[in-house]
Design a protein around this ligand. Structure first.
Ligand SMILES: [Zn+2]
Length: 468
């Protein structure tokens, strides 16, 4: 158990909780109160006649002139309640960042934590979420889900092979981008262009770097908001440059259409020096004006209009895109196995069913989640790559979900929300959704480890009582 004696003050509680401190005390807060200082979760500690007073806690209502230790205790308890609430909403990091302005030391410690505890912090962040998050401060750009998105893009993601033209567009406030007004105008401008499936639409954005269209629904790409001023700081530029460089080096593009303001995005220019046939299409710093949209259409038409039709048609490209979603989710080796044998697609753009060609479901993909859910048949395909495996105690007879005591080992790469394979006695037992990160599945003595979704063999009926 970790205890930080005499460190806690209301404005420090969020960071202490985020760093995993188990036990805090009120000594310092009560002491400060007794000295006539005012402790406040937003402003830190203040004293003197100019100290801001605006508290409605019972102690302050009774004696508005003397803050005292009673107020300090209320301020501590209030902040603790707030922390409990944000923890259950999955938004502790936001509160931590909001408290940084109260004391520079907090920002310093968070900076060290982001650098030195990166693995531990990442472990506690699920891979799916439907919470809309604001990335407001420089510190927000270092949140675990942001670093994870950027890292997976560079390590696991490759542009679909049939894409011949890279089209870079600005991001939009509306998410997913494709539903925004600006992106719908881009789409309308390109309507009817032959071989349009060969165009790879990629949004350039902070803090994620780039978001290829097929990853627009993954977390946090579908769920973020940032202040937009057109001014990029060095860290943001670096993230975008690394990602664009990755696309250009791994893609099979023979054209690049840059539908971005050349002044604002000038920091990308040198990356295109060695890229084949680059056209900038924004006019007068605008991307949605008539002339800009006309330039966009003409550049894309020139890029793909004359290229040969995609072998297998547009569906080939959809399959390639989904294979990249799987690579982002499970790693490239597992994704290759999932898509190696024949795969058929059924469903709608917002709900895809992956089948093996004989009608057996392998996986489903839903827009709001952005990632695949596996079936047992899908799990069997992935199994040789051993991605995200949870090993069950050979003696466990599972009826329902898998609890932590039934787990003997689990892939440390597993995060809450991951689609996992359940293995018992060396065989695929079933598939499910992780409720905990892999390491905690064996460290915790209780709690649900995996929500079991499908089992390889149906549950055995209860044994009838033996007649006596
Ligand atoms: Zn008060």
């Amino acid at each position: 158990m970790l205890w930080t004696p005499r460190v806690a003050l209301p404005h420090r509680l969020a960071l202490l909780s985020y760093l995993g401190i188990d036990l805090v005390d009120t000594t310092e807060a009560l002491w400060r109160g007794q000295q006539g200082e005012i402790v406040d979760a937003t402003l830190g500690v203040a004293s003197g006649p100019d100290a801001p007073r605006s508290c409605r806690c019972p102690a302050c209502r009774e004696m508005p002139e003397t803050p005292g230790s009673e107020h300090a205790l209320h301020a501590m308890l209030d902040e603790m309640d707030r922390i409990r609430a944000v923890v259950s909403a999955g938004r502790l990091r936001e509160l931590v960042e909001a408290r940084l302005t109260a004391e520079p030391l907090l920002a310093e410690i968070l900076r060290y934590a982001d650098r030195d505890l990166r693995g531990l912090l990442d472990e506690r962040v699920p891979v799916v979420s439907s919470v809309q998050r604001g990335y407001v401060l420089r510190e927000s750009q270092r949140r675990p889900e942001v670093l994870r998105f950027r890292a997976r893009l560079l390590e696991r993601y490759r542009p679909p092979a049939s894409k011949r033209c890279l089209l870079l567009v600005p991001c939009s406030k509306t998410k997913p981008y494709r539903s925004s007004r600006s992106h719908r105008r881009f789409q309308r401008a390109l309507e009817g262009v032959p071989n349009l499936e060969r165009v790879h639409t990629v949004s350039v954005t902070s803090p994620l770097g780039v978001v290829p269209r097929e990853l627009e629904d993954t977390y946090p790409a579908r769920h973020y908001d940032i202040p937009v001023t057109g001014e990029w700081d060095e860290a943001e530029r670096e993230a975008v440059r690394a990602a664009v460089g990755h696309l250009l080096s791994k893609g099979r593009y023979d054209h690049t259409v840059v539908h971005l303001d050349p002044i604002e995005y000038g920091f990308l220019a040198d990356l295109f020096e060695s890229a084949p046939r680059v056209t900038w299409t924004a006019t007068d710093h605008r991307t949605t004006s008539g002339p800009a949209l006309a330039a966009l259409r003409s550049a894309v038409e020139q890029a793909v209009g004359g290229s040969p039709p995609t072998p297998g048609g547009p569906l080939t490209v959809v399959r390639e895109e989904l294979a990249q979603v799987a690579a982002y989710q499970f790693g490239a080796a597992a994704a290759e196995l999932l898509f190696a044998a024949p795969v058929r697609l059924a469903g709608r753009p917002w709900f895809q069913r992956l089948t093996d060609g004989n009608g057996t479901d392998l996986a489903t993909w839903r827009e709001p989640r952005g990632l695949f859910q596996l079936t047992v048949a899908g799990g069997r395909r992935l199994a040789p790559a051993h991605p995200l495996e949870v090993h069950l105690d050979p003696n466990v007879r599972l009826a329902g979900d898998l609890f932590a005591p039934g787990v003997t080992s689990a892939d440390p790469a597993i995060r809450a929300g991951d689609a996992v394979l359940l293995v018992q006695n060396g065989e695929l037992f079933g598939v499910g959704e992780a409720a905990l990160p892999g390491r905690l599945m064996t460290e915790l003595g209780r709690g649900i480890a995996v929500h079991v979704r499908h089992r390889a063999r149906p549950e055995a009926p209860p044994t009838p009582p033996t007649p006596t």
